[in-house]
Design a protein around this ligand. Structure first.
Ligand code: ALA
Length: 609
């Protein structure tokens, strides 16, 4: 069964069970500062889990199915083995306060055994044994006993059976995993060879998360407004089982890529196993690069751009120098696009941009590879010892401090993988911590920029502040007008204001027509001319949602919120500040409308006095 069919079977099964299909969201979750990339199907449902948006109002359903594109850096060092990838697709079903454990387990069981006819004897389940905060999940055990013998239902602690939150805070909960048993022969661990054993006998297939908790930044656990379901099953892993393969790279999701890479002998004289592992790394990393670029991420030294640069250069690092050939990389890009374009239609439109960006990065990295690395290392080491910065490593020798690796990386683009390859040693964990430290600093900057509109900055003149306030109110009008003209599914994905223009990102699958742009602009100006009062009220979050206020989630909203209303036209949860009357805004003009990334449009607008 090819992957296309498996994906379709999954979606059709849940459609038949009354779920609503939602498209995969972007790999770049722009409105959520708590994560860098989309790592799970639940990402786009977070505002619903948190209770700050109502799925019934937004999407006219409470239960959903999706095949979500995901990217996880946590598994980067695992890539090359049988089952790990950085980019993958997650098949999932979701319930926002509708069904819970019983139905979720029943549905999963039915799909695997009745639709796909998996051998029941191969399936095991796990559950959460409890900890000091949450008790043993005996309800789940009871449900599984309807389907599985007791010895194949195994309890684990939070390490294995508590999922989330992705990032430091967010929705989370105990989970139950379904594992596939490749052989019934236990390893040397004998009766302790159980799901999660590292011998390779078991593969985690499907994770059912009972998402009813919220973890805040301080580590405090509280209940979410509803008991939700979030499930995820890797399409690649399911394909491995359905296609009776030994590893995901032999499934149709990778086979053409793998064949092309291995036929071209790009790695030089390496052992068979080394050749295989390098081919897996290249196929995963090129695929991941294509998808990250397609979602509008560009190569860089920070945040998402850092991740993209890291995997793309790591793919190039596998080649034997000087065999790297950009045209060959481009051929691989086309293999990826061809394989996925039916399901991810935007890939074809993004192709040229992907190739252009890759060329720039490729040229830049080629220059780096020609540098005299030994001399650079020497230079950095001597600078480091002068500054007495962090761990001291001495002017010579092959050991580098985390900070030195970081500087070599950010200043010269020398990837840690390449440094290791040419014989330098350093502590990778310490290096990752150094990166994380810098990511955190830049993220904190981004959050500040997002939250406060910079209005408190003392550098702004009173005129500039007043203009930004007018832009802020105009942004609410624009948001509402877009929803009226294009439909209720339009949601804000990002907003940025300075005293010259407003910028507004929202999800919408295609370019707006000139007629739609005109209609939106006119609607905003008509409201402005009506001299509507802008008022605010404080209320509970639940009340705000009940009254239909729009919310733009980033973090969890507090229990009490401020709702700004502009006449009857718009109602939004917001911290302000706003003008008192729309007449203060002036004439609203849309300057541009274009794509900001896959499925996201960006409008820039100005106001005339
Ligand atoms: N969110 C869950 C996971 O990623 C389903 O495993």
């Amino acid at each position: 069964m090819r992957s296309e069919k498996i994906r379709k079977k999954f979606i059709d099964f849940f459609l038949k069970n009354k779920h609503k299909l939602v498209e995969s969201s972007s790999l770049w979750p722009k409105d959520d500062a708590s994560v860098l990339l989309t790592t799970a199907g639940m990402q786009q449902f977070k505002p619903f889990f948190l209770g700050i948006r109502d799925p019934q109002i937004d999407l006219n359903s409470k239960i959903f199915v999706s095949s979500q594109r995901c990217f996880r850096t946590s598994d980067i060092d695992e890539v090359g083995d049988a089952t790990h990838a950085t980019f993958f697709e997650m098949l999932g079903n979701f319930s926002i306060g509708a069904y819970f454990k019983d139905e979720a387990i029943n549905l999963a069981w039915k799909f695997l055994t009745k639709e796909l006819h998996l051998n029941i004897k191969k399936l095991w389940a796990t559950y959460f044994i409890g900890d000091k905060n949450v008790k043993t999940d005996s309800e789940t055990v009871k449900i599984w006993k309807k389907f599985l013998p007791e010895h194949r239902i195994i309890g684990y602690g939070a390490h294995d059976n508590w999922w989330g939150p992705p990032g430091k805070s967010g929705p989370c909960g105990p989970c139950s995993e379904i594992h596939y048993d490749f052989t019934s022969q236990p390893c040397v661990k004998k009766e302790k060879c159980l799901p999660n054993c590292e011998c390779g006998r078991f593969m985690e297939l499907w994770n059912l998360v009972f998402m009813e908790y919220y973890l805040d930044e301080a580590g405090k656990l509280s209940k979410l407004p509803f008991k939700n379901i979030d499930t995820g099953m890797g399409l690649e892993r399911l394909a491995l089982i359905m296609q009776k393969k030994q590893n995901i790279f032999e499934t149709d999701l990778y086979s053409t890529l793998m064949l092309k890479i291995r036929q071209n002998k790009i790695f030089g004289q390496v052992s068979e196993i080394e050749d295989l592992i390098r081919a897996r790394i290249v196929s995963d990393h090129i695929k991941g690069s294509v998808f990250l670029l397609a979602d509008g991420i560009n190569f860089g030294n920070k945040e998402q751009g850092y991740i993209l640069r890291r995997i793309f250069r790591r793919a190039l690092d596998q080649f034997q120098l000087p065999n790297i050939d950009l045209n060959f990389i481009f051929e691989l890009v086309d293999v990826v696009i061809k394989k996925y374009a039916k399901n991810f239609k935007y890939l074809n439109h993004r192709r040229q941009d992907i190739l252009d960006q890759m060329k720039i990065e490729f040229d830049q990295y080629s220059k780096v590879l020609k540098l005299n690395i030994e001399a650079l290392v020497k230079k950095i080491k001597s600078e480091n010892s002068k500054k007495q910065f962090g761990e001291q490593t001495g002017p010579s020798g092959r050991h580098l401090s985390a900070h030195e690796v970081f500087v070599l990386y950010t200043t010269y683009g020398l990837s840690p993988d390449r440094l290791k390859k040419i014989g330098f040693n350093f502590n990778t964990n310490e290096f990752e911590k150094e990166v994380e430290k810098h990511q955190a600093i830049s993220r904190a900057g981004a959050e500040k920029k997002f939250g406060g509109h910079g209005l408190n900055s003392s550098k702004l003149s009173p005129e500039q502040k007043s203009k930004m306030t007018r832009f802020h109110t105009a942004t609410h009008l624009l948001h509402q007008a877009l929803r009226q003209v294009l439909g209720k599914t339009v949601k804000q994905q990002g907003s940025d204001i300075n005293y010259e223009r407003l910028r507004f990102d929202f999800d919408y699958p295609q370019k707006l027509t000139q007629d739609q742009i005109n209609q939106v602009e006119k609607m905003v100006n008509d409201v402005i001319k009506k001299n509507l009062p802008v008022t605010f009220e404080k209320m509970t979050l639940a009340e705000a949602i009940r009254r239909g206020a729009l919310a733009f989630f980033k973090e969890k909203y507090p229990e009490n919120v401020t709702v700004y209303s502009i006449g009857d036209f718009s109602k939004e949860i917001c911290g302000g500040p706003h003008v008192k009357n729309t007449s203060e805004i002036g004439e609203f003009k849309i300057i541009s409308e274009k794509s900001s990334s896959a499925g996201i449009r960006r409008i820039k607008a100005s106001i005339q006095p």
